[in-house]
Design a protein around this ligand. Structure first.
Ligand code: HEM
Ligand code: HEM
Length: 458
């Protein structure tokens, strides 16, 4: 090692006397910089296909999700300095944060709106990846990583929901964790584990706090770089093309700096501006402090679980809480590994025929779902019609088989009617279920009143 450090300034000489291992000869330093740059370039390509710069490919959604995670980490860490995760002090610490800490209300608002926005943006990003066929090889595993991140973001919003310890938080988490009871064999144990006991109390709050501020952030910090690295290893984003163009044509390449970076910066700045304006204008909700003796009527789950709460009114809880969500998650995980008739990567909605079929699926779902909800509310009552049959069969198995038969029937109908590939038919079924789920969610949020009865809100 070169020990002549005379040419360094006083700060450098002191530094190298403390950390001699960090001293490198100039050519060594050059090599280290190259190594660092090449590590960075695994995430940031030097050149990218010009066609992937089209805003209508990504809509900037992946980049927005990254910005929101950064805002959540920054504001979350700041709130951690004030927030106290014990029932008698949690609510008071949030009030203190809002009323006394400088910019406390703004920071809480930013965290609240960013958390909700992240769920929405990550879901829209999932839809864009699905509808541009970007889950096909070689991107299959990145779809899986994305799904895991989506579940983490869902978990983050859910665990954060309890932390203010107000009436809204206490009762929403009470009914959500009560749903676990319906899972056979392990439901009770799982509920006790999550609540940290039989009831919602100090152990629940400290569990949720640890999950929210340590477990989930750590998992996200591991998965996110993995996600970006997989994008890079798949040769960048999927190349957008028309249905007539064959895949594999990458077109011209342009330098990522400034072409890509400038676009990312603009999207980030616009998003931050919208978040700031929204957070100045609208405060995060905060009701009266939690009161375990006074349950509001109706007690509703957070908006992202409202669809499941609505399903509970139509299916036996075992199906609404466990069977249906698990089948959907399994189907999404398996999606990239299915055998498809054609390679649609880069083509929005598979083809022109795919677009038409998507419209048909939207219309069918818009008609069938509200009719189904009304029919089940006012006419259908399998439990009363078949008193000798166990409720799990009359209210669970029978409606589930009917729904499944409807979905399979729709798949074969559109496939035959449009002479479609299995990609196009599967996409139509996906849209049918998506629109149905959105309608269920809207119904629970706006059209359910006291006792969860249907009502007209306007
Ligand atoms: C916290 C959540 C997420 C973050 C921060 C994130 C971030 C990103 C970014 C920055 C990109 C590249 C730019 C873009 O496509 O917009 C990307 C691409 C991708 N993401 Fe995500 N993502 C998230 C969630 C998801 C989810 C939920 C899925 C799907 C289930 C997913 C699947 C993919 C795939 C397959 C690609 C490659 C797309 C292509 O090659 O065109 N990601 N993600
Ligand atoms: C994906 C990341 C995250 C999401 C989606 C998220 C979401 C949320 C939500 C929805 C709330 C409830 C806010 C309210 O209505 O009052 C919350 C509260 C909170 N979060 Fe996060 N958060 C995330 C990351 C973090 C991180 C990394 C930390 C700290 C290390 C953190 C610390 C807190 C604290 C202390 C509260 C309680 C304060 C309050 O409720 O106002 N969060 N979070």
């Amino acid at each position: 090692m070169d020990t002549t450090t005379d040419r360094f300034n006083i700060v450098q000489r002191i530094w190298y006397s403390i950390f001699p291992g960090t001293y490198r000869r100039p050519d060594d330093r050059h090599r280290y910089r190259r190594l660092f740059n090449s590590l960075l370039l695994h995430f940031r390509p030097r050149a990218i296909p010009e066609r992937t710069l089209k805003f209508s490919l990504t809509w900037g959604l992946g980049g927005m999700a990254v910005v929101l995670v950064a805002v959540l980490f920054a504001t979350g860490l700041m709130m951690k300095l004030v927030y106290q995760p014990v029932p008698d002090r949690a609510y008071a610490s949030v009030i203190y944060l809002q009323n006394t800490v400088l910019f406390g209300q703004l920071i809480r608002n930013l965290h609240h709106w960013s958390g909700n926005a992240l769920l929405l943006i990550a879901f829209l990003h999932l839809l864009r990846v699905f509808f541009t066929g970007a889950f096909h090889a070689p991107r299959q595993f990145n779809w899986i990583i994305g799904l895991l991140m989506f579940l983490l973001v869902l978990g983050s919003n859910f665990s954060g929901y309890l932390l203010p310890w107000d009436q809204l938080a206490y009762w929403a988490i009470t009914i959500c964790t009560a749903m676990l009871e319906y899972i056979p064999v392990m439901g009770g144990g799982l509920q006790k584990l999550i609540r940290g006991g039989v009831d919602i109390g100090p152990a629940t709050l400290s569990n949720f706090y640890a999950i929210h501020t340590a477990v989930i952030p750590a998992c996200l910090l591991i998965l996110m770089p993995f996600h970006f690295w997989r994008v890079r290893k798949s040769g960048g984003l999927v190349i957008p093309r028309t249905p007539q163009e064959s895949p594999g044509h990458r077109g011209e390449s342009v330098a990522a700096i400034p072409n890509l970076i400038m676009r990312e910066v603009v999207v980030a700045l616009v998003l931050i501006a919208i978040l700031m304006i929204g957070s100045v204008a609208f405060n995060a909700p905060l009701e009266a402090g939690a009161n375990p003796g006074l349950s509001p009527n109706p007690t509703k789950a957070p908006w992202y679980f409202a669809g499941i709460q609505e399903l509970l009114l139509h299916f036996h809880p075992l199906f609404a809480v466990m069977v249906i969500p698990l089948v959907v998650i399994a189907a999404l995980l398996f999606l990239p590994y299915w055998r498809y008739d054609s390679d649609t990567a880069g083509v929005w909605f598979c083809s022109d025929c795919g677009r038409k079929m998507s419209m048909v699926a939207v219309v069918v779902a818009l008609i069938i779902t509200p009719l189904g909800i009304l029919a089940d509310e006012f006419f259908i009552d399998f439990a009363a019609w078949l008193p000798a049959v166990p409720v799990i069969v009359s209210n669970g198995l029978i409606p589930a088989i009917m729904a499944l038969a409807g979905i399979i029937g729709f798949y074969w109908f559109v496939k035959k009617r449009f002479g479609a590939t299995n990609n196009e038919a599967l996409q139509a079924v996906f849209i049918l279920l998506l629109v149905a789920f959105i309608i269920l969610t809207i119904t629970c949020i706006w059209f359910r009143g006291s006792g969860m009865a249907l009502m007209w809100p306007f």
